[in-house]
Design a protein around this ligand. Structure first.
Ligand SMILES: [Fe+2]
Ligand SMILES: [Fe+2]
Length: 336
């Protein structure tokens, strides 16, 4: 079966995403040098309309959408709107993250992340101890808007790095990209997981199904990756992802074994228990350590990236747990 390379444009979920979707239906003509002036007065930065609009704008830099003029990627009128959405999102992240004092250091922040409680109340603990197979499948769907492009958002940061930080960053990305083997691309391993769980394996096939919280998890990394100004935050986000991955993945393996899930499902997380244990060390010393030694002015940005990662992950976790404990689906459209 040939796989669809480009995703289908999702349905808009409010006036802002509507203005983006409507625009993309047209050809990217020169007259769109004029700014796309959509009102953001009542926009909720963490809400579905803003997060979906941002996700669509960013996707133009990844695979684009079937039937959408590739010229939109660098259209100044649309980039103007995206810039305003990013301002809103950043403000919301800054508020959520709080003040970062001058005495905080990225390496100390990472060390603190390494200490994981044995008992927690997040989704991976819940899935390990009592979650159902249906809830597990929902979890895969939420994560699919990231894992099907795993490695890609951070890859935008590569040209902005130098020296050892760059070499080690790429070494970790090399593993994310299957170390030269297409079948071992983490994106492919997640596709295999989706197939084994009887879910749609189409790239972004669930874009219309996931809530704002799942989109924000990816939007934050796209935003950091696409702005040179945020390279410190991109590295912080990358580091936080790698450091928290082994313990979280270990709980997922335990959950999948308890549920008797197909091998491919546990396989994806097993890969992350093993590979990321090595990545954790590389990222801490050779990526973050080298970057902040080279550019000490980025230390606070790295911390911002680490905390922004925590913030959007916590919001998704809170959403999932609220829905599951209330006994309903965490998706906008329940799976059949
Ligand atoms: Fe991975
Ligand atoms: Fe990794």
């Amino acid at each position: 079966m040939p796989t669809l390379v480009q995703p289908v444009l999702p349905e808009p979920r409010g006036p802002i995403s509507m203005s983006v979707v409507d625009l993309l239906a047209e050809r990217a003509q020169l007259r769109y040098l004029t700014r796309v002036e959509t009102s953001l007065a009542d926009a909720d930065p963490a809400g579905l309309d803003v997060q979906l609009a941002l996700y669509i704008c960013y996707e133009l830099h990844y695979r684009g959408f079937a039937g959408v003029d590739p010229g939109w990627e660098w259209n100044p009128g649309l980039l103007y709107l995206r810039g305003r959405l990013e301002e809103l999102f950043l403000e919301d992240l800054r508020r959520g993250v709080g003040h970062i004092g001058p005495d905080v250091s990225a390496l100390e922040e990472l060390d603190a992340l390494c200490v994981e409680p044995l008992q927690g109340n997040g989704p991976s603990y819940f899935l390990r101890d009592e979650g159902t197979w249906d809830q597990m499948r929902e979890y895969f769907v939420h994560r699919s808007v990231y894992h099907l492009k795993e490695g890609d958002p951070h890859a935008f940061a590569i040209p902005r790095l130098t020296g050892q930080a760059k070499a080690s960053f790429v070494a970790v990305e090399f593993d994310e990209y299957g170390a030269g083997k297409g079948a071992r691309l983490h994106q492919q391993l997640f596709t295999d997981l989706m197939a084994a769980a009887d879910l749609d394996t189409t790239y972004l096939g669930y874009l219309d199904t996931v809530p704002a919280e799942s989109l924000a998890v990816v939007n934050v990394m796209s935003m950091f990756g696409l702005h040179r100004r945020w390279r410190g935050a991109a590295v912080g986000h990358f580091a936080a992802t790698e450091v928290t991955s082994p313990p979280g993945s270990r709980r997922m393996v335990a959950a999948l074994e308890r549920l008797g899930a197909p091998q491919e499902c546990a396989g994806f997380y097993r890969e992350h228990v093993e590979a990321d244990a090595v990545h954790e060390q590389v990222v801490r010393t050779d990526v973050v350590g080298d970057l902040v030694a080279r550019e000490p002015g980025l230390d606070q940005d790295v911390v911002f990236g680490i905390r922004a990662f925590g913030l959007v992950e916590d919001r998704l976790a809170e959403h999932l747990m609220k829905c599951w404990l209330d006994g309903h689906s965490s998706l906008r459209r329940p799976l059949d």
